[in-house]
Design a protein around this ligand. Structure first.
Ligand code: TUI
Length: 311
């Protein structure tokens, strides 16, 4: 069964969590365009999440969900709020959602954790997850070690629940490759930053359009919180200091508030512009609907070409 049949969406595509970016309005726009929109609770406080859920509900009657970033200090309250507000689908990131699983299942919520390794996927399946998102290190934001190419088939072999591929997917060729690896669908992030509907500062969008393939870097690998962002002054300085042995407190002065500086102020020098390795293949700002339709058509065309059919 493809992801669209599992979730009741038009396309087998879901949006990544995108902390500080994916508001209720944006999630509704993604859902209205045919994929699964998710409110990214990552940078929010608990009551703000409740507000965004209500906004999203008012803007779409299509399925949508909430992404709970488990490092968020309000995660416990947020876990309760999704139940109270009748949210039907929850994805999680940056940790193990095991302690919330019983309450979510009780409420009939479909739970889809992001996993960076097959061992965690198996643990999530045992805990009652409905599907998992296998996210490769090509992704933007908080990343694991494994690549999508190596991770997805190993997760597919390790579990009996559906697997969604994430990390490094921005066009139809990559979506088809995800299907070939055994995924039922794909999670998208970076290619949606360059959508007309995405509420990030225009400077951030411009930086995505200008990026080449090798223009992202992972900060925080040594400290244990690896985050992929576009290379800029802050990123270079951070990695230099990190390699020189700077402690967590010193490094925090670079990252404190840096995502918000990028998203809201468009500070492309000292802001943290989270983006995946596919930033180099995103060349124009388009409506969400066009991004999804082109990706689906691209996957079909690629399959036809592989089968030796003429376009
Ligand atoms: O979570 C993400 N990507 C994110 S979260 C985020 S917000 C943020 N801001 C500043 C610093 C750090 C984060 C931006 N991007 N992706 C899903 C993801 N989950 N990637 C890796 C993981 C993960 C890692 C460890 C999931 C589970 C896990 O489990 C460890 C354990 O507890 O067993």
């Amino acid at each position: 069964m493809r992801l669209n049949e599992i979730l009741g969406t038009e396309f087998p595509l879901i949006q990544g969590g995108m902390a500080n970016i994916a508001t209720g309005t944006f999630a509704a726009a993604v859902s209205n365009a045919g994929a699964l929109g998710l409110i990214g609770a990552g940078g929010m406080r608990a009551e703000q999440l409740r507000e965004e859920i209500r906004i999203c509900k008012s803007l779409t009657d299509k399925p949508f969900g909430v992404n709970i970033m488990l490092m968020n200090p309000d995660a416990d309250q947020m876990a309760q709020i999704v139940v109270e507000e009748g949210v039907k689908i929850v994805t999680t990131g940056a940790g193990n959602p095991g302690k919330y699983m019983a309450a979510w299942k009780e409420a009939g919520i479909k739970v889809i954790p992001v996993v960076p390794a097959a061992v965690l996927a198996r643990r999530m399946e045992k805990a009652g997850a409905d599907a998992v998102i296998a996210e490769g290190t090509e992704s933007g934001g908080h990343v694991g070690e494994m690549t999508t190419m190596a991770l997805v088939p190993q997760v597919v072999d390790a579990v009996n629940i559906p697997v969604i591929a994430a990390g490094g997917i921005a066009d139809g060729r990559q979506l088809l490759a995800a299907f070939a690896l055994g995924a039922v669908g794909a999670q998208l992030g970076t290619c949606l930053l360059a959508s007309e509907e995405c509420p990030i500062h225009p400077n951030y969008k411009e930086a995505i359009l200008k990026a080449s393939d090798n223009d992202t870097i992972v900060t925080g690998r040594i400290g244990g919180t690896p985050v992929r962002i576009l290379k800029n002054r802050m990123a270079r300085e951070y990695v230099k200091q990190e390699k020189a042995g700077a402690d967590k407190m010193e490094l925090e002065k670079y990252t404190l508030g840096s995502l918000r500086r990028a998203v809201f102020e468009g500070d492309v020098q000292t802001g943290s512009l989270m983006a995946g390795q596919v930033a180099g293949m995103v060349h124009e700002i388009r409506p969400l609907r066009a991004i999804f339709e082109d990706m689906m058509a691209g996957a079909d065309a690629t399959l036809a070409a592989l089968n030796g059919e003429k376009a």
